[in-house]
Design a protein around this ligand. Structure first.
Ligand code: SAM
Length: 255
């Protein structure tokens, strides 16, 4: 059997692609949207992404006192979650942002410089499935709207477990399954018509935004993702739905 035949098909939005092909297609999406990413997030979610990220940071509850704390934000893109953690935490909280897209990381570095946060926040290019960090180095780990883009979710979870210290916290914010009747239909109509159309008007290309919407559907439902987190070795896996399940925050503890 050739390598190509042995390869599994995986979801890229609503399409099936070879597992070796998906990441480069995803990278192409984010290289195209990087420059307008933050602006489009506000437009697409009506600003809701800010509230969801604030909920994530409130659950993380970074120490406010002088305690040293090392946090890792994976698929951290333009640093939006990282900067919120730094603002919520004390002076010795440090955040490493890693993301596979050099273009998204480039935007993040610019924002960190503009916000005078470079001393407490570092950016690197890295893959969630093979993190460029040693074992047990971080007190906490977040991944926001990132994990549905990785090819092998189980490998990303195993890496999260590896880099966390015992007692460390894993938190994942991701689009999920809407559990409120009617809201699901309104949400679908909005997602598949308005978002790609707004993307086309603002950036000149609706295709990346179609992928961003389509990629939500094949992602495991809340209970299934919780099972995957437990299978990766995390204890006390739980989740909380926000906005009727439009997004969910999953939590687990490294023991
Ligand atoms: N976390 C940021 C936020 O919430 O604003 C960015 C989220 S953006 C929707 C998804 C990010 O995942 C992109 O920056 C993309 O480059 C990154 N990404 C996709 N696949 C990845 C992988 N395998 N490893 C690390 N980052 C990845």
């Amino acid at each position: 059997m050739t390598d190509k035949q042995a390869e599994q098909d995986v979801a890229f939005g609503f399409r099936r692609v070879g597992e070796g092909e998906k990441q480069s297609l995803v990278n192409d999406v984010f290289s195209k949207v990087a420059e307008r990413y933050d602006q489009m997030n506000d437009l697409m979610s009506g600003g809701l992404h800010r509230l969801w990220k604030d909920d994530l940071v409130a659950m993380l509850n970074p120490p406010r006192g002088p305690m040293a704390w090392q946090h890792l934000d994976v698929a951290g893109g333009t640093g939006d979650v990282a900067f919120r953690i730094l603002r919520a935490g004390g002076p010795n909280v440090r955040v490493c942002v890693t993301d596979i897209s050099p273009e998204m990381v480039g935007e993040g570095r610019k924002r960190a410089t503009a916000d005078a946060l470079t001393g407490r926040c570092t950016f690197s290019v890295g893959n969630a499935e093979s993190l460029p960090f040693t074992d047990k180095g971080f007190d906490s780990y977040t991944i926001a709207f990132g994990i549905r883009n990785v090819t092998h979710i189980d490998r990303a979870l195993a890496e999260a477990h590896r880099v966390l210290k015992p007692g460390g916290r894993f938190l994942c914010l991701e689009f999920s399954q809407v559990d409120v009747p009617l809201l699901d239909r309104i949400y679908d109509a909005y997602s598949f018509t308005v978002i790609p159309a707004v993307g086309k008007v603002v950036t000149g290309d609706g295709h990346p935004y179609r992928y961003l919407v389509e990629s939500i559907r094949p992602f495991p439902k809340q209970e299934d993702f919780k099972t995957m987190i437990t299978a990766a070795g995390f204890a006390n896996a739980t989740y909380r739905n926000l906005t009727g399940g439009v997004v969910a925050i999953h939590s687990g503890w490294r023991i």
